[in-house]
Design a binder for this molecule. Structure first.
Ligand code: ADP
Ligand code: MG
Length: 211
């Protein structure tokens, strides 16, 4: 189980990880986009970080809803509304919860994937963040089905997420700005799939694998 205090720590780690990888994410967005993914994400998570101390003592739903609303209003681009709705919808799965189990976490991620699918009108294989999110969720659900330990479940999710992000190199985008470059996008990794993998990996690095 993870407490809401741990959740706030994870979100602080996420903000730091995005800031650290800002240039990489922006570089990835250069050949197939408009070179702003890292800048957008760092701006949004910087604003999120400022709100975290005011969220102490709140339930998981309220925390994630606030994160989502902050991202929608500050990230800009496509990633703002997409990550924003993902966090807001994930928050609905954690409504009133002060302790978060692995089952809760997977429910929240399920909702996040659904939110991106709906908002982005996208599916797997379109060279978007979903190409990291969907395999990560699937790998974690499978690991949980095999009764693996929480740390192991998260590790499998992170591995599947990075594998999915790397596989976007071979995909032609059919959604978002990257669709404008079509086949010329082959050989370039999707920035959103990369930022999602960074966020998920942060949960492991944060040493809060107690879910
Ligand atoms: P913008 O493309 O508006 O500049 P960003 O650069 O911040 O926004 O984010 C780009 C990322 O958003 C892409 O790498 C991709 O993962 C994701 N993305 C874009 N459009 C969609 C969509 N329709 N569905 C899902 N994800 C999308
Ligand atoms: Mg961009």
């Amino acid at each position: 189980m993870v407490s809401t205090k741990d959740l706030l720590t994870i979100l602080r780690c996420m903000a730091a990880a995005i800031e650290k990888n800002k240039e990489w994410l922006t570089d990835l967005d250069r050949p197939i986009g408009d070179s702003d993914h890292g800048i957008n994400m760092a701006r949004g998570f910087g604003e999120v970080e400022k709100k975290l101390s005011g969220l102490e003592g709140k339930d998981g739903g309220t925390i994630l809803k606030t994160v989502g609303m902050t991202l929608v209003s500050t990230v800009g681009g496509s990633a703002g509304p997409l990550y924003g709705s993902a966090f807001m919808k994930a928050g609905m799965a954690l409504a009133d919860k002060t302790e978060i189990s692995m089952a809760d976490f997977l429910d929240a991620l399920d909702q996040a994937v659904d939110a991106v699918r709906q908002r982005g009108k996208a599916q797997a294989g379109e060279k978007t963040m979903l190409d990291a999110m969907i395999p990560a969720l699937q790998a974690m659900k499978e690991a949980r089905g095999q009764k693996e330990a929480p740390e192991e479940i998260l590790k499998k999710g992170v591995e599947a997420s990075w594998a999915g992000a790397e596989a976007t190199n071979g995909l032609i985008a059919t959604k978002g700005r990257a669709s404008y470059v079509g086949e010329r996008g082959i050989g370039h990794q999707d920035p959103g799939a990369t930022s999602f993998s960074i966020l998920l990996e942060t949960i492991c690095h944060c040493k809060i694998g107690k879910l």
